[in-house]
Design a protein around this ligand. Structure first.
Ligand code: GTB
Length: 215
């Protein structure tokens, strides 16, 4: 039986693939695992039934037989462990790819989320302009360090891995901010990932949901 994931019934990203179901869809596409999607409204996310799956009342979730998972990183890790293609076989290379998964979610994503949430929720507030340089500086620090490490390589550590998949979904959140534009190597890295057929299929699938809901 195919796994079932949850996604926004009406994503606030308007089909830009920025919600966290995108990384799960992409991982499933990379390994060739077909999947079902259950769309949930903001209200339904807070229902007891959904909270059985996700204690924080969010998407994405993942159900496969009697396994239910939440947290996009844990879901991508599970998919990567169950299939060939997202984690190297060599034990050390595999451990390093997992380190990049954690780095994406624990080190790079937090300042990016803080920056984008401030723009989303506080940009009309009197303190926003004073706070913005500090938020931007924290993002720039991570971007320059990441660009330095990536250098001229295609991927963070050898072959494309779940570490790259998560890192790219994190960097994509900067989209309209222009903050990535000072880092051509990171821009090219994101574009390289977005050109992958599995990414394209995942993106098209989530966009189709948005298009159908807005029709
Ligand atoms: N740490 C969890 C994970 O990685 O799975 C975080 C899950 C999470 O934040 N889920 C969000 C959610 O369900 C959707 S992805 N929010 C509803 C709620 O909390 O009530 C976050 C997101 C939302 C919108 C955009 N956007 O519009 O661009 C981008 C990302």
């Amino acid at each position: 039986m195919n796994p079932t994931i949850t996604a926004f019934e009406q994503s606030p990203d308007r089909g830009r693939g920025l919600a966290r179901d995108m990384r799960v869809r992409w991982a499933l596409e990379e390994v060739g695992q077909p999947y079902e999607v259950r769309l949930v409204s903001f209200d339904a996310m807070k229902d007891t039934d959904h909270r059985e799956l996700h204690p924080f009342g969010q998407i994405p979730t993942y159900e496969e037989g009697d396994l239910a998972l939440f947290e996009s990183g844990a879901i991508v890790f599970h998919i990567a462990e169950q299939h060939i293609g997202l984690l190297p076989n060599d034990a050390h290379a595999r451990a390093r790819a997992i380190a990049w998964m954690f780095a994406a979610l624990n080190t790079v994503e937090p300042p990016i989320v803080e920056f984008s949430m401030a723009w989303l929720l506080e940009r009309e507030k009197p303190w926003y302009e004073a706070r913005r340089p500090m938020l931007e500086a924290r993002v720039h620090a991570r971007l320059s360090e990441l660009a330095e490490r990536l250098g001229s390589a295609d991927w963070l550590d050898g072959e494309f891995s779940a570490g790259d998949l998560l890192m790219v979904t994190v960097l994509r959140r900067l989209g309209a901010s222009g903050l990535l534009s000072g880092y051509p190597a990171l821009g090219a890295y994101v574009a390289r990932a977005e050109a992958r057929p599995a990414y394209q299929r995942a993106f098209a699938a989530q966009l189709a949901v948005f298009a159908a809901q807005s029709a």
